[in-house]
Design a protein around this ligand. Sequence first.
Ligand SMILES: [Zn+2]
Length: 404
Amino acid sequence: MHIYAVIQQSIKGRKPGLKYLSLLLLLVIWQSGGAQVVYGTNSYVEYHQGTLPVVIAVPHGGAVSPAALPNRTCNDAVTVTDLNTIELAQQIDAAFFAQTGCHPHLIYCNLRRTKLDCNRNLADGACGNPAAALAWTEYHNFIEQAQASAQQEYAGNILFIDLHGHGHPIQRLELGYLLYDDELRLSDQELNTPPLIAVSAIQNLVADNANNYTHAALLRGPQALGTLLGEASFPAVPSAQIPAPAAADSYFSGGYTTARHTSYTTGNTVNGLQIECNLTGVRDNATNRQAFGEALSTVVLDFLRIHREVAVENCQPVAIEDLQNSPPGSIFPTLWTRQDAFVLLNNLPTTGGYYEVYNNLGQRIIGGDFVGDRIALPGHFTPGFYSLHLRIGQQGWTFRVVVN
Ligand SMILES: [Zn+2]
């Protein structure tokens, strides 16, 4: 049941116990800025446990570069970072939460790609280093754990996204369903033949979708993911607008993670894809990351509803933020007037980070990046209880705030 409905029902309830329950729920929501976070060894990888039918993995956005780990040099290792993709995933998360009151599952690799590549097989990704290999294993275990949890909750109707950033000249999203560019240039009729369906990351969806759409229609028909993204002003290939990359275009068709964790792998029923995001207009600044996050969350929820009749209105409330690490400092002020212009951080890391403000229903009001020890606020809050959630590096804290 959606948290808001729970509260309404509880408040309307006549049993004395329900009044207590509603108060309890408000307290829970009060401190519910983010999802529960589970860290791997040395925090090299992390898993934000969500409750939506969406699992998002981010392998190449990490910036942690411990001297104890050797730089990868094996097998022509690719070491370039996918700029701002963790920050992008944070905005996608915030957008899903704002729309539904629930979080997607998120898995991050925090290590720089010079140290570990989680989107390669173990040998190529960790280059034989035991600590890197452990992080690689934990990362893929987190994805499996997230998928199992989401699959169970949504009866097998989930979408997996492996989120990346490309440096190709054409500024458009590259959707990788494990079909090569020359395969995408084939006719719809050819794409609908068994040999090409058998190598697709959405083959389970082809076998079972609400409108009996063909493989080609699911890749680039009117209600394909790429088409919906294009209509939301984020051009994508393949889509109805751009059915296939041209022969001269650079294009990523999907990698190790997409193959391993989707229905491409025998026995896995998860549908998914790799989304390679262009930089300009998508992940280059906070405003664009927010706009893309909002578009992607809307499109993914539409996609799941259209093709698998998934309803998220009844998603379970967010998990409580892991507050076992109490903040080393505080914020000032915690009693805001409606016109407050900024919040100062006391004894907290001042490297900057990401902030969000939630109301007492757990609905996100505002959020964005900040730098230094000062967060500028737009003001004009209505009176009430709020929570300010800060994420600085790999740490996150929630502070209670009152607006009078
Ligand atoms: Zn990448």
